[in-house]
Design a binder for this molecule. Structure first.
Ligand code: B12
Ligand code: SF4
Length: 499
């Protein structure tokens, strides 16, 4: 049972991470677990406000029994759970257990923010509701006001729950009621560093190292993203873009190096480099503190250039993930991606010049995409030859513009998407079906492999070359053939291997 507590007594709150790798075949294969950063930030502010916290981390637990034991041992009156769409089922199972032990159950995170009713209306086998309150968007301020209200501390018992911003609950008529939206936290330096001491770091280190020969942990420097890609769920941090100071981030990196010495970190900002000056300040602050750690991050092709990439490289940047998505400007425009195909070419060139590994997220199956658009994506992949890429079949997440667009055609809204690969976000598309897109994924891959072998980027044995060629001919032929067949157009999302 993985629980760490700031008290030997009964904690004021138990926070619980419902990602059980044991229950997720894709996560088992990938084995790239990261600490539940959101919960660790909450734990820090709770602690700062004199609340004792126990942290249950399901990541390496075999089953839900361990949470049952944690509830028996720690007896928290309040349980706070986080959830993604992929962990909703697990999270609700834990909520049922917590409720059975009499706890007030609070939820937060991307999925409860996007689809609060799935939580608030969830019932156990006896038909009883198990979730009391959903906190939407950013949680640090809301959780403190809510804890003050629930515990009656700090004089806040007088505050009506309806006065606390950022909450959703069922009112007396059984309707989902939202209180006012909480404004985002402006001064990000005021948020203490995440309480990583409440996590079994060693378990993460060992599992990563066993699977990959190195280990990685995450940090976040900025919140929000000013862009508006239609399929991206930005419920939590929204379009406002806020960063902590470069010095604050560099200080956390210095501490990470000193305390844990990770082989690598992943900067989980939506985008690194929106504020160009910040990147150069960060560079200076990290160098000053001798805090450089090899890292990977996400950026956008319209933001990077050689000087910025050089600065990033000098403080450890090894790899950048770009949402390239498509080689067709028409599709990029339909997605409201806010980037141009030629910017993808320029970003790839600049990364290559500086020596940073280039990774593309590609997407297929976006409404309106035709065979010709797919050919343009193939051209992009074979011309620019990223070091690696993955291809996702577009899927409509609740709370996104894309979801609204295909709302009438949604066949299943993901309620029992039980693990990473088991996406049930099906919708009726105009033309092609899942089978078609699976072959497209293979086709993309083979075109890219063959192009890299021809350009000498990958040195392959004759046998591998022949196999890739054969795979290319078969996948090309299959794509052409299936494109001509009549079909139902039902498309199921396929998660990108490696994300
Ligand atoms: C880093 C990251 C990953 C990493 C690490 C995940 C991890 N364990 O930390 C990796 C690469 C592994 C990953 C995987 C996936 N991810 Co991801 N990921 C992110 C990313 C970029 C940052 C997450 C993060 O650390 N945020 C920082 C912390 C501080 O924020 P937070 O967790 O949201 O917490 C705050 C609030 O939500 C709230 N809060 C959260 N929990 C709680 C609980 C309570 C009680 C309260 C009061 C408040 C509260 O308060 C916190 C502090 O303000 C987000 C996008 C984003 N900008 O958030 C996507 C995101 C979370 N991922 C997403 C998805 C879809 C996935 C995958 C399914 C992708 C895939 N197909 O493989 C998998 C699922 C993995 C799994 N099995 O759970 C979606 C989730 C959408 C949804 N509705 O569920 C997001 C939002 C991206 C998007 N825009 O679509 N991901
Ligand atoms: S996909 Fe990336 S760039 Fe687009 S809105 Fe989401 S976070 Fe911003």
């Amino acid at each position: 049972m993985t629980v760490r507590s700031t008290t030997t007594d009964r904690p004021d709150i138990m926070l619980a991470n419902p990602l059980f790798i044991s229950k997720d075949p894709v996560e088992q294969k990938l084995m790239t677990p990261y600490f539940p950063l959101g919960l660790l930030y909450l734990a820090s502010v709770l602690r700062q406000n004199d609340y004792s916290v126990a942290m249950f981390d399901g990541t390496f637990e075999p089953d839900y029994d361990s949470f049952e034991r944690a509830m028996q041992q720690y007896k928290p009156k309040i349980v706070g759970l986080t959830a993604l769409i992929t962990t909703r089922n697990n999270a609700l199972k834990l909520a049922e257990i917590a409720k059975r032990h009499g706890a007030t159950v609070i939820f937060g995170g991307p999925d409860p923010t996007g689809k609060p009713e799935a939580y608030l209306r969830h019932t156990n086998a006896k038909g009883q509701r198990v979730v009391d309150i959903v906190v939407w968007d950013e949680g640090e301020v809301t959780i403190i006001e809510l804890m003050n209200h629930l515990t009656g501390r700090n004089g806040a018992d007088l505050m009506s729950i309806k006065q606390i911003k950022g909450l959703r609950f069922l009112n007396e008529h059984g309707e989902v009621e939202s209180t006012l939206r909480r404004p985002p936290i402006d001064d990000m330096d005021s948020i203490p560093f995440p309480a990583r001491d409440l996590i079994d770091v060693e378990a993460y280190r060992q599992n990563w190292t066993k699977a990959h020969g190195y280990w990685s942990l995450s940090i976040i420097n900025t919140r929000g993203c000013p862009y508006a890609c239609t399929w991206c769920q930005k419920g939590i941090f929204g379009r406002s873009y806020r960063s902590r100071s470069a010095e604050n981030s560099a200080e956390e990196m210095r501490l990470l190096k000193e305390l844990y010495n990770p082989d690598q970190i992943r900067v989980v900002d939506d985008i690194t480099g929106v504020d160009r000056k910040w990147v150069f300040d960060w560079h200076e602050a990290v160098i000053e503190r001798d805090a450089a750690i090899p890292f990977e991050c996400l950026s956008r092709v319209n933001l990077v250039d050689v000087p910025m990439l050089t600065a990033l490289k000098e403080i450890g940047c090894k790899k950048i993930y770009f949402g390239a998505e498509s080689g067709s400007q028409k599709v990029l425009n339909a997605m409201k991606k806010g980037s141009k195909v030629d910017q993808i070419y320029r970003a790839a060139e600049a990364c290559r010049e500086v020596g940073i590994h280039i990774y593309y997220f590609m997407m297929v199956g976006y409404p309106g995409e035709e065979m010709d658009d797919l050919r343009q994506s193939v051209k992009l992949l074979t011309d620019t030859q990223p070091d690696s890429f993955s291809t996702t079949i577009a899927y409509p997440l609740p709370g996104t513009e894309f979801y609204q667009q295909v709302r009438d055609r949604i066949m299943h809204d993901g309620d029992d998407w039980a693990f990473t690969a088991e996406n049930k976000l099906l919708f009726q598309r105009g033309k092609y079906n899942t089978w078609f897109y699976r072959w497209v994924q293979m086709w993309f891959h083979k075109e890219w492999e063959v192009a890299r072998a021809i350009s000498g980027k990958d040195k392959l044995s004759l046998y591998r070359r022949a196999r890739n060629r054969a795979g290319l001919y078969v996948s090309r032929a299959m794509v052409k053939l299936i494109a001509k067949l009549p079909n139902g157009g039902k498309v199921e999302f396929k998660p990108a291997p490696g994300r």
